[in-house]
Design a protein around this ligand. Structure first.
Ligand code: ADP
Length: 218
């Protein structure tokens, strides 16, 4: 994996989780927070850290923020600081900015000033939990558009030992199987003759409602 440089501004629970995961994956992460204690707590999970107020242009410049590929603004409750920080980053020409929103309004403002990816952690997690309850066989999903998802679905028991040709999943359920995950290995574009095995995970694409029906099969 290519080594990228990330800066995470705001080392609360959300910011620290992002920094930690990126750091574990071998990426270079600079953690920034106005609060000394937050910086200290996050230190084991970042490559470098700094105590700084991200609403001050001088502070951001002296940290060399313009050298980073991606900056994540994880300031939550202090909406004013979040917006000011994003505006400064935009003016400094940062290529990719990701920011956390705590409300719909906050998110709309962030989008208007050009944040590339606005994240609503609580809303998104709530949706995830509900989707998991509605489709217990669905392990993971990515929203491709308003109506279409890519989903990892545990193979329904009654399909074990059959092949994709006889199951005719695309015609019967309007769901396309693009890969099979079997014991940790991935079979990309599986052949129609591939025999499906117990505990196979199907990587599927389709309309969200069609996928929901498919993932509720026994
Ligand atoms: P979480 O819910 O993820 O814990 P918080 O809103 O509690 O989020 O945390 C946001 C972090 O952002 C805090 O650690 C806070 O000190 C930091 N923060 C707030 N304003 C600034 C700022 N102007 N510059 C840098 N860090 C800031």
């Amino acid at each position: 994996m290519a080594r990228n440089q990330y800066a995470v501004i705001g080392l609360g629970r959300f910011g620290t989780s992002i920094a930690r995961r990126l750091h574990e994956a071998g990426q270079e992460v600079l953690g920034i927070d106005i609060n000394e204690e937050s910086v200290e707590n996050a230190e084991p999970y970042v490559t470098d850290s700094a105590i700084a107020d991200s609403t001050e242009e001088k502070a951001l410049k002296s940290l060399g923020i313009t050298n980073f590929d991606c900056v994540i603004v994880a300031i939550g409750d202090d909406i004013q600081s979040s917006i000011l920080t994003v505006m400064l980053l935009k003016n400094l020409g940062i290529k990719k900015i990701i920011a956390k929103a705590t409300s719909k309004r906050h998110g709309q403002v962030l989008e208007t000033i050009g944040v590339d990816w606005v994240i609503y952690p609580e809303r998104d997690m709530g949706e995830r939990v509900a989707n998991q309850l509605l489709s217990p066989n669905m392990l993971n999903y990515i929203e491709l558009s308003k109506d279409y998802n890519l989903e990892e679905i545990i193979l329904p028991k009654k399909m074990v030992g059959k092949n994709l040709r006889e199951l005719d999943i695309r015609a019967r359920f309007k769901v396309s199987v693009i890969a099979i995950i079997r014991s940790g290995d991935i079979i990309i574009s599986p052949s129609p003759d591939e025999l499906l095995q117990n505990e196979d995970i199907l990587v599927t694409i389709g309309n969200r409602n069609d996928l929901a029906k498919f993932s509720n099969l026994e």
